[in-house]
Design a binder for this molecule. Structure first.
Ligand code: 5GP
Ligand code: ZN
Length: 137
């Protein structure tokens, strides 16, 4: 299933060039064109889903296995100190391409990659927060 105006669907169909590091029946993993670090890979489901909410459970369950495979290869290749595996949903969360993808980014002590947030204080009512979330599970 492809979406007409989706840049990643065009990559998956070969209409836009990319550099593939891994492919199976459900996913293609390519080098990010504006990498945060050497070896920054993005994993694309072959069936278009705009974000996590549209991703079928089967792809959701398999994509982390692919991320693990890529992360292991990056660790073996670059001997990095760490790896970020991340996935953005919605503009507010930094998503810029609305075809779900998982980033796998090699990290080194003292590198300049900027992923993080200012840590807030422990909430006074964690049980209430858990209850409000659980009501929608
Ligand atoms: P997002 O911000 O949506 O989580 O990540 C989108 C990612 O896709 C960015 O890191 C961006 O560099 C990458 N990207 C955008 N367009 C292309 C493209 O045409 N080819 C490749 N390989 N990566 C792309
Ligand atoms: Zn798409």
């Amino acid at each position: 299933m492809r979406e007409e105006n989706c840049i990643f669907c065009k990559i998956l169909s070969g209409d836009i060039p990319s550099t593939t590091v891994y492919e199976d029946e459900s996913f293609q993993a390519i080098l990010d064109v504006n990498p945060a670090a050497r070896g920054h890979v993005i994993i694309l489901p072959k069936n278009h889903a705009p974000d996590i909410f549209g991703l079928p459970d089967e792809d959701a369950s398999k994509i982390m296995i692919v991320a693990k495979k890529i992360a292991s290869a990056l660790k073996a290749t670059y001997h990095c100190d760490g790896i970020n595996i991340l996935q953005n949903n919605g503009e507010a969360a930094g998503q810029t391409v609305f075809h779900l993808h998982v980033h796998v980014i090699p990290r080194f002590e003292g590198d300049t990659v900027d992923i993080g947030w200012a840590k807030g204080d422990m909430p006074e009512d964690p049980a209430a927060i858990a209850e409000e979330i659980k009501a929608n599970l």
